[in-house]
Design a binder for this molecule. Structure first.
Ligand SMILES: Nc1ncnc2c1ncn2[C@@H]1O[C@H](COP(=O)(O)OP(=O)(O)OP(=O)(O)O)[C@@H](O)[C@H]1O
Length: 355
């Protein structure tokens, strides 16, 4: 548990960066500090590993005041991923990743062996081990940064805008990888971002900070979306709020229709849904192709798992030429479909929440 107790930071120039911050970050959780530029996110995070000292208040890790822990000892137990990866340009990828273990006293060979493991964990190809940072893409550099922070297996990981320097597609990939990684390794992660979408995707808990480092809300993504505590939080999440909330709702309670038995060559007659239309399932690729009365093929369209989000379900029917999508249940059985109309009852509670 990381605890902020009435923490404030007044910089010498007179900037009040953080004001009376109280925060309890549970062990193993993914907490995101979010807010506009200059609202004290980085300052708050850096007080955890003593890169910045509070003006007043305390930060405790498992009950121990960080001010009482030697800075070097403290930082060896806290991984830190920087915005631009912060790699040493003159060291190879492998040696960059091995840095912390070397500091911990491991031999070069032991440290490199650990570094190889960390590379594998973050999806970095072993062939990149001997490259230098300048020979990597932005996404690869960030992966090296994450691998380096994880290599020493620290219980806490701090990430400062780790994905901001990469393009949107790589960013999405990295976000998904970090989410998977966290599900596996269950570190206590504290991440800073100014991107509310990123915060909502990754965070178990989100701390929304306003200028002056004032905490406006500390809650789960769905609470932030559904019940913003202040106008400031509401304005931060306002755009597309109802649509975003769909990512957190499931298809539970969805009304479906049984699929007719497939005919010759696996063609399913869907004329009860749309006159003249049929659909064919490709189990290997998990997709379906729609076929109109003239034999024109539309697709492939993804099959929708029964435990998918409402947003996934909505995306699927909106992309379908018949406004219907096929459902796969937990046992892999593809026996039913649903339409935009079926989603209506699930969508309307959201409409009310938004009003
Ligand atoms: N070393 C420093 N000396 C003086 N003022 C500082 C220092 N570091 C940060 N500040 C100021 O403190 C405030 C909070 O900065 P901080 O970097 O914590 O915000 P942030 O929310 O992380 O911003 P950004 O998203 O732009 O990185 C800003 O007004 C900043 O200019």
């Amino acid at each position: 548990m990381i605890t902020f107790e009435s923490v404030s930071k007044l910089y010498p120039g007179g900037t009040q960066a953080v004001t009376d911050l109280d925060l309890q970050i549970a062990t193993g959780s993914f907490t995101v500090l979010v807010g506009p530029s200059g609202c004290g996110k980085t300052t708050s995070m850096r007080m955890i590993n003593r890169m910045v000292a509070p003006t007043s208040g305390r930060i405790l890790i498992d009950g121990q005041d960080v001010a009482d822990i030697r800075a070097v000892t403290l930082r060896l137990g806290i991984g830190y991923v920087l915005q631009n990866a912060g790699l040493f340009p003159h060291r190879t990828v492998l040696d960059n990743i091995a840095t912390v273990q070397r500091l911990l006293g491991l031999s070069k060979a032991q440290a490199r062996a650990k570094a190889h493991e960390a590379m594998e964990r973050v999806g970095l190809d072993a062939s990149l081990a001997t490259r230098y940072p300048a020979q990597l893409s932005g996404g690869q550099k960030q992966r090296v940064g994450v691998a380096r922070a994880l290599a020493a297996d620290p219980p806490i990981l701090l990430m400062d805008e780790p994905f901001s320097a990469v393009d949107p597609i790589v960013r999405l990939e990295l976000q998904q990888e970090v989410a998977h990684l966290q599900a596996e390794i269950k570190k206590t992660i504290v991440m800073v971002t100014h991107d509310i979408d990123e915060a909502l995707i990754l965070g178990d808990r989100i701390a929304v900070l306003a200028p002056g480092g004032v905490l406006h809300q500390y809650a789960s993504p769905i609470d932030i979306l559904a019940r913003p505590a202040t106008d400031f939080v509401a304005s931060l999440v306002a755009k597309d709020r109802g649509f975003r909330a769909l990512s957190f709702e499931t298809l539970t309670g969805l009304g479906t229709t049984a699929l007719p038995v497939p005919g010759p060559e696996g063609l399913i007659d869907m004329s009860a849904l749309a006159p003249g239309w049929g659909v064919r399932v490709n189990r290997d690729s998990g997709t379906a192709a729609w076929i109109d009365a003239d034999g024109a093929v539309f697709g492939p369209h993804p099959l929708v798992p029964a435990d998918a989000s409402l947003r996934t379900g909505l995306d699927a029917v909106l992309a379908s030429p018949t406004s219907a999508a096929l459902l796969v249940d937990g046992t892999g059985n593809i026996g039913s479909y649903f339409t935009l109309a079926d989603l209506g009852p699930l969508l309307r509670p959201n409409e009310q929440a938004r009003a």
